[in-house]
Design a protein around this ligand. Structure first.
Ligand code: MEV
Length: 330
C-alpha cells in the first residue's frame, strides 16, 4: 500500500494568459491531496473519494471505464473524471492493467482554483505507479498529468500539473507541447492570505468563455493577454528583488485585466477590494476565477477579518518546496 501527496498552488501572475503561451508565475502551497493506492486481485478500479469534502461516496469504475456508482454532486463527478483518466493513462504508459483501490483525501476546497484537479492527477498516477513497483521521472509524471488535464478539460496549460509535481515557485512558459520552467528564488518571503468563496463556474467553462471572446474580438482580447504576460515578467523581477510594493501594484493590475476578461465575480471582487482597503499591498483572484480563490499580499489579521466579513473563508498556507512525494510505502 502506497500513500502519496501532491500540493496545491496559487498563481501569483498569469492565469488565463498562460493558455495563450504567456508565462505564469506560480507558488506551490503546503495544502495537499493525498492518494493511497492498494493493488487488487481483480481488474477493477475502485475509488473512494469520501474525504473529497463534498460527499461520502465510493465509486467503482469497471474495466471498460463505466462509472457504476454516481452522486448528484457535480464537483465530485468532475474530480473523479481526473482520477479515472489518470488511472487510464498510467495503465497505458506502463502497459499494465492492474486493479487498484484508491483512497483520496483533500486538505483544500476542491475545484476552487488551488489546482486540486492537477494534484489529484499527479498523486493518482504516482501512487498507482509506485504501488505497482515502478518508477517515473518527475518530468514524465508532469507530462502525463498535464495530458489528464487536457483530456478532461479540453484545454489546459501545464501550470497546475507542473506545480503539483515539482513544488516551489516556478516561472512557467508553455512552448507548444513542452514546458519551459524555471525555479524562482524569491528575494523575500511572500506574505500571503488566501480567500475562498464557492465556485460558480468550472475551469473548463471559464477557459472556453475566454477562448470565445478571444476568437470573436481578438483585437480587444489579445492586448489584454499580452499585457498580463508583461505583468508576469515584471512580477518575477519584483519577487527576485524582494520588492513587495511593486509586486502588489502588479497584482492589482493583473486582477483588473482578469476582471476585464470576465472571469471575476462580485464576491471575488469584494474580497479583492476589502483586502486592499484593510492594508494588503495588492490582491487578485487566483486560478481560473468564477468564484474560488483570491490572494492578498499581506499577513495582516485585519485583512483576514475583512475577507471573512464579506462572507469569504480564509485559508492559511505557506510555501511547499517538495512537490509530490511518497509519504508511506508498506
Ligand atoms: C487554472 O489554475 C489556470 C488557468 O490559466 C487554466 C490553465 O492554465 O490551464 C485558468
Amino acid at each position: 500500500m502506497v500513500t502519496v501527496r501532491a500540493p496545491g498552488k496559487v498563481i501569483l501572475y498569469g492565469e488565463h494568459a498562460v493558455v495563450y503561451g504567456e508565462p505564469a508565475l506560480a507558488m506551490a502551497v503546503n495544502k495537499y491531496i493525498y492518494v493511497t493506492a492498494k493493488a487488487r486481485d481483480d481488474n477493477k478500479v475502485s475509488i473512494n473519494a469520501r474525504d473529497l469534502r463534498l460527499a461520502g461516496i465510493s465509486v467503482t469504475i469497471h474495466e471498460n471505464g463505466d462509472i457504476v456508482a454516481r452522486t448528484d454532486y457535480g464537483a465530485v463527478i468532475s474530480a473523479l473524471s481526473y482520477v479515472k483518466r489518470a488511472v487510464e493513462l498510467a495503465m497505458e504508459y506502463f502497459n499494465k492493467k492492474v486493479g487498484i483501490d484508491l483512497m483520496i483525501r483533500s486538505e483544500m476546497p476542491v475545484g476552487a482554483g488551488l489546482g486540486t484537479s492537477a494534484a489529484v492527477a499527479v498523486a493518482t498516477i504516482l501512487a498507482y505507479v509506485k504501488e505497482l513497483g515502478y518508477d517515473v521521472d518527475k518530468r514524465e509524471l508532469a507530462r502525463l498529468a498535464w495530458q489528464v488535464e487536457r483530456d478532461v478539460q479540453g484545454s489546459a496549460s501545464p501550470t497546475d500539473t507542473t506545480m503539483a509535481t515539482f513544488g516551489g515557485i516556478m516561472y512557467i512558459k508553455p512552448e507548444g507541447n513542452s514546458t519551459a520552467m524555471e525555479p524562482v528564488k524569491p528575494g523575500v518571503t511572500i506574505p500571503l492570505i488566501i480567500g475562498y468563496t464557492p465556485r460558480v463556474s468550472t475551469t473548463k467553462d471559464l477557459v472556453a468563455m475566454v477562448r470565445r471572446k478571444y476568437e470573436s474580438m481578438r483585437d480587444v482580447i489579445e492586448p489584454i493577454i499580452r499585457s498580463i504576460g508583461v505583468i508576469t515578467r515584471k512580477g518575477r523581477e519584483a519577487l527576485e528583488k524582494g520588492d513587495l510594493e511593486l509586486m502588489g501594484v502588479l497584482m492589482n493590475i493583473n486582477h483588473g485585466l482578469l476582471d476585464a476578461l470576465g472571469v471575476s465575480t462580485k464576491q471575488l471582487n469584494e474580497m479583492v477590494y476589502v483586502a486592499r482597503y484593510a492594508g494588503a499591498l495588492g490582491s487578485k483572484l487566483t486560478g481560473a476565477g468564477g468564484g474560488g480563490c483570491m490572494i492578498a499580499l499581506t499577513n495582516k489579521s485585519e485583512v483576514e477579518k475583512a475577507i471573512e466579513l464579506t462572507g469569504g473563508s480564509v485559508l492559511k498556507a505557506g510555501l511547499d518546496t517538495d512537490g509530490t512525494v511518497v509519504i508511506s510505502n508498506d
